[in-house]
Design a protein around this ligand. Structure first.
Ligand SMILES: NC(=O)CCC(=O)C(=O)O
Length: 265
């Protein structure tokens, strides 16, 4: 599975400009290399323009989802469509969407853990449903949004349900880059899955985002890593079958003793 990540510098508060950027990126960088999946960052239509988020948020995700559906069909590509500010019944959610090559919405997820360090709880409403497994091209996968990465309890169930790839769409500040990189490697090793992340770069309202988008294999090796400052495309191929070999050699899942584990904590 060939994956291309758009480590994007988002134009703050301007969904149309960001639509244009993504379309131009596909034309220029992606069309000829024909990856199976592309990945966009968190809140890529607006960035963290939270004070004005009610103005810029997309009504029921209609414009953003239609835009991504049309790209998926035109370029015959699966899209991990990052996340966007999504206005539903007057509330704004941080919503991620996955579209397959046929332009069908395969999965949609509202960020459950809102990040206090970026004031999300003041402006956004948290999702009420933990992430679930979905499939693209017959491969089971999971998707989380940024701060969710710190919560292993929502990621383990995805691995137990057979996910072999975990996507993380993010706007992760450079100030906590050590956490960003190390937790991804940890999640890959503990769940014996590929971890594929897409972060943004650039500065908005004194917060600088740290790029370093990554692909980590289930052994914990970093296959590719973006710079901390540059907008760039990261492309690599993963062999999803590697998870099977590693899960046989280090049989963490069969060694589990779930009846001893505390539930609901
Ligand atoms: N956008 C985010 O969720 C940022 C998360 C973050 O800054 C952190 O976990 O640290």
């Amino acid at each position: 599975m060939k994956i291309s990540i758009y480590q994007m510098e988002i134009v703050p508060g301007n969904p149309l400009e960001n639509f244009k950027k993504v379309e131009e990126w596909l034309e220029k960088e992606i069309k000829s290399s024909a990856p199976d999946v592309i990945v966009l960052p968190e809140m890529w239509t607006t960035s963290y323009t939270l004070e004005d988020i009610h103005i810029h948020a997309d009504d029921n995700g209609k414009a953003t989802v239609a835009f991504l559906q049309s790209l998926a069909k035109t370029f015959n590509i699966n899209i991990i469509g990052g996340s966007f500010a999504n206005k539903v019944d007057g509330k704004v959610y941080n919503t991620a969407v996955v579209i397959n090559r046929q332009g069908e919405v395969v999965y949609q997820y509202d960020k459950v853990h809102l990040v206090p360090m970026l004031n999300e709880p003041e402006y956004l409403t948290g999702g009420q449903k933990a992430p679930e497994v979905f499939e693209l091209d017959g491969i089971k996968m999971g998707l989380i949004i940024c701060y969710d990465l710190r919560f292993s309890e929502i990621i383990r169930p995805l691995a137990l349900e057979g996910a072999e790839v975990l996507f993380i769409v993010a706007e992760w500040p450079i100030a906590r880059l050590k956490h960003w990189k190390n937790i991804q490697i940890t999640r890959a090793i503990e769940n014996q899955m590929f971890v594929v992340s897409c972060n943004n770069v650039g500065t908005y309202k004194e917060v600088t985002y740290g790029g370093s988008s990554m692909v980590v294999n289930p052994w914990g090796d970093t296959l590719i890593e973006g710079s901390t400052t540059e907008e760039e495309t990261l492309t690599t191929s993963i062999k999803v079958e590697e998870t099977v070999v590693i899960r046989e050699n280090v049989p963490v899942f069969t060694s589990r003793v779930p009846h001893l584990y505390k539930q609901g904590l």
